[in-house]
Design a protein around this ligand. Structure first.
Ligand code: AMP
Length: 282
């Protein structure tokens, strides 16, 4: 696996791949790899001839007071894990390499960025969209893959690519979970033993929502009330519990095949998200 630190190194690597007539799939990450990241990397290897992973904790998607300075990092372990799943190159730039001057340009995907996570993190998706566009331009990638765990991020990226005619095929992968249902996240490492138990309210809330929908309860407000009670019984602070249309991200009053349950909670100082379809068809 090649380690790339500068834009020039990535560009030369990418040019070499293209000269051979091969394709690239990009996997943007912030590192501290878990099985969810590794699943994305393996899938990327099925999509394209070469897999490029980027490891960059992007300051512009963190607000002051968020966990930028404490975000978990383990570069040596990340390198071993990425190599073990056949990643061809890992791009791990310093902040100055990505932002050599104060950035005057920002991408804002208007309608999708301000609800749900965007309410408490108003600049977050601008930071994400802008850095992803920069990475696409640096790498000249053919495809990129994102996790469905960050469903709003995925929606924002798809919209940006469509709006700006960016020639990158966007792929996604379902949420990879721990054995007890908790969605894998680098931020799970912040949780104490007790908080780790509280965090199960997310996957349990999703299960409860699915059980209610399967039993014919399709009124979103009722389902949200039940999941809210469950989360309150776990003593977490709810940011939002919403039932939304998967495409528009707007609230769905009644559950249908497009209805996604989306949740964000604070457990102590850790913010966790989860989501899933309520009518799963099984
Ligand atoms: P991050 O390093 O947290 O920014 O995530 C990098 C990519 O991995 C994003 O596309 C995430 O959506 C994806 N991802 C994170 N956690 C999971 C998970 N549990 N299952 C699948 N994909 C994930």
């Amino acid at each position: 696996m090649k380690l790339l630190h500068t834009k020039a190194e990535v560009q030369s690597w990418s040019k070499n791949i293209k000269t051979q007539g091969s394709t690239i799939c990009l996997v943007p990450t912030m590192g501290f790899f878990h099985a969810g990241h590794l699943a994305l990397m393996k899938r990327a290897g099925e999509i394209a001839d070469s897999v490029l992973v980027t490891l960059f904790v992007n300051p512009s998607q963190f607000a002051p007071g968020e966990d930028l300075s404490t975000y978990p990092r383990d570069f040596a372990s990340d390198c071993r894990k990425a190599e073990s799943v056949g990643v061809d190159a890992l791009f791990c730039p310093e902040v100055d390499e990505m932002y050599p001057q104060v950035c005057q340009t920002s991408i804002r995907v208007k309608s999708l960025s301000h609800q749900l996570c965007g309410k408490t993190r108003p600049a977050h998706f601008d930071g994400v969209a802008t850095v992803v566009a920069k990475l696409f331009n640096i790498c000249g990638t053919d495809a990129a893959i994102f996790g469905e765990k960050d469903f709003q991020q995925l929606a924002v990226i798809k919209q940006m690519v469509a709006d700006l005619n960016i020639p990158v095929a966007i792929h996604s992968l379902p949420i990879v979970r721990e054995a007890d249902g908790l969605a894998m996240s680098s931020r799970n490492s912040y949780l104490s033993v007790d908080e780790r138990k509280q965090a199960l309210c997310l996957s349990q809330g999703l299960r409860l929502g699915r059980e209610l929908a399967a039993s014919g309860v399709l009124d979103s407000r009722f389902i949200i009330e039940k999941i809210t009670a469950l989360c309150n019984s776990c003593a977490v602070t709810i940011d939002y519990i919403a039932i939304i249309n998967m495409k528009t991200l707007e609230n769905s009053l009644r559950v249908d095949g497009q209805a996604l349950l989306a949740m964000a909670v604070m457990i102590g100082r850790t913010r966790l998200i989860d989501n899933g379809f309520l009518l799963t068809g099984d």
